[in-house]
Design a protein around this ligand. Structure first.
Ligand code: EPU
Length: 431
């Protein structure tokens, strides 16, 4: 029963430092299962999804220690099980990476089906198709556990993905790293975290070529040695602060990022009238210079506009004059936050994959609820721009993926605090 209370209307101004990428971390941490020596992973974001995956590795027998706020030491040598079926596993979407990692190590894996963010059915048929190509058959146990096994060492093979899938690309990479011979993934996803996972595995001695293109080749190796590796900055966290800066008509320097990863977001912010300056590892978003105007966006796999920034950008578009159209092309439904934005006075109608935004109405504070991680981020942005007080509930979704969001926003001048409520009396206990 925690929530964020936002007193809106403050213009964001200042600097924000971006943390390590969630979607890289949740793949790289389980990838350590494949390593034959301990590893040290740096620039780890301090978020609940990372704590969860760390605890899951501990349940499997690994030694996992937090050396400091952003560094994990993981010794996978004591892992003694290919079975990950606890509630912790079920509670996390990205636990599907345990399938690829355990299969790559043991030629078998038994993993609970993922839960996690709740915005639409999230199939893993392409992951399973990849494992099958490598020689592993699967069975669904009690509708809740995937049991994958091969009779002998996995054999490299070609896999053509029917659709571009981040998770399937990474999971097949994990399974293929120690397989016999060459695996080729065609129609692979190209997100920065795919390149990051490949770089991590290669730094341990894997032979992966082509990550970041749509054909990835993996020649299996027998041994992976321990490394110290630093995770890339979080492209979506950066995109979220860029949208927040623009939505409040502020001026924010977003630091510790790779500007290239943000090209699609930068281009759209420029299109609506923000002034953007790019530096080696930072981007300045300045929305103070001229009125912002409408635009259309269509989400696509990388390097297209990321679906994970769609709710935040849609919220920004609700604040600018004119009619904008958003086409959500990756997930069938990712507009659950729209009804909450409507409560705050936004004029948005949804028809299938399209959201039509009649922008420019002044948002008003209201009690709203996060329905998933990025929906939650969008509601926080809405609260920052709204007149009056917004209370965002179900913030556990937001804290899966945003490190210190209230502290970072307060440093930019926002009036936001996290409060803890007594469920029975509805009284605020402490702030
Ligand atoms: N799909 C299938 N079958 C599959 C896999 C995917 O039909 O076997 C479909 C999905 O239904 C979806 C599309 O393919 O329509 C793309 O899904 P993808 O596999 O790329 O998504 P994912 O790997 O499950 C990751 C991120 C998501 C992000 C998507 C797209 C992680 C842990 N999650 O999910 O991140 O939206 O890629 O970029 O990396 C978030 O961070 O908020 C988040 C939801």
């Amino acid at each position: 029963m925690e929530k964020y209370v936002i007193n809106g209307g403050k213009v964001l101004d200042g600097e924000v430092t971006i943390s390590g990428a969630k979607n890289a971390a949740v793949a790289i941490i389980p990838a350590v299962i494949l390593c034959d020596e301990p590893c040290r992973i740096e620039n780890i974001p301090n978020i609940s999804d990372v704590s969860l995956i760390g605890r899951i590795l501990q349940q499997l027998g690994a030694e996992v220690k937090r050396i400091d706020k952003s560094t994990l030491y993981i010794d996978p040598r004591m892992i003694n099980s290919h079975v990950a079926t606890t509630d912790l596993v079920r509670g996390m979407r990205a636990s599907y990476y345990l399938l690829g990692a355990l299969l790559g190590r043991y030629n078998k894996a038994k993993v609970a089906l993922p839960g996690g963010c709740n915005f639409c059915a999230r199939p893993i048929d392409q992951h399973l198709k990849g494992f099958a190509a490598l020689g592993a058959r699967h069975e669904l146990v009690n509708g809740a556990i995937i049991d994958v096994k091969a009779d002998s060492r996995l054999q490299g093979n070609s896999v053509y993905l029917d659709m571009v899938s981040v998770g399937a690309t990474m999971n097949i990479m994990l399974a293929a790293v120690k397989a016999e011979g060459l695996t080729v993934i065609e129609n692979a996803a190209k997100e920065p975290h795919i390149v990051d996972l490949a770089n991590f595995l290669n730094s341990m001695g894997a032979q992966i070529r082509g990550a970041g293109t749509d054909v990835i080749k993996i020649r299996g190796v027998d041994y992976l040695h321990g490394v110290t590796y630093s995770i890339i900055p979080d492209q979506i966290e950066a995109g979220t602060y860029m949208c927040a800066a623009a939505a409040t008509r502020g001026r924010v320097l977003v630091k510790n990022i790779t500007p290239k990863h943000l090209d699609s977001i930068t281009a759209k912010l420029r299109e609506i009238g923000c002034e953007i300056k790019e530096y080696d590892e930072a981007i300045l978003v300045d929305a103070t210079k001229k009125p912002l105007t409408r635009c259309n966006i269509k989400t696509m796999p990388h390097p297209g506009f990321p679906t994970d920034c769609q709710p935040q950008f849609t919220t920004l578009l609700a604040t600018v004059n004119g009619t904008s159209i958003v086409n959500e092309n990756v997930w069938e439904t990712r507009y659950q936050y729209v009804s909450e934005l409507t409560l705050m006075g936004a004029h948005i109608s949804v028809e299938g994959r399209l959201a039509i935004i009649e922008g420019g109405s002044k948002l008003k504070g209201a009690p709203v609820k996060a329905t998933d991680l990025r929906a939650g981020a969008a509601l926080v942005i809405a609260g920052l721009c709204a007149d009056g007080v917004t209370e965002v509930g179900s913030i556990q979704y937001i804290e899966r993926g945003y490190e210190n969001i209230t502290e970072k926003l307060r440093a930019l001048g926002a009036d936001i605090k996290k409060v803890y409520k007594d469920e029975s009396s509805d009284n605020v206990l402490r702030a």
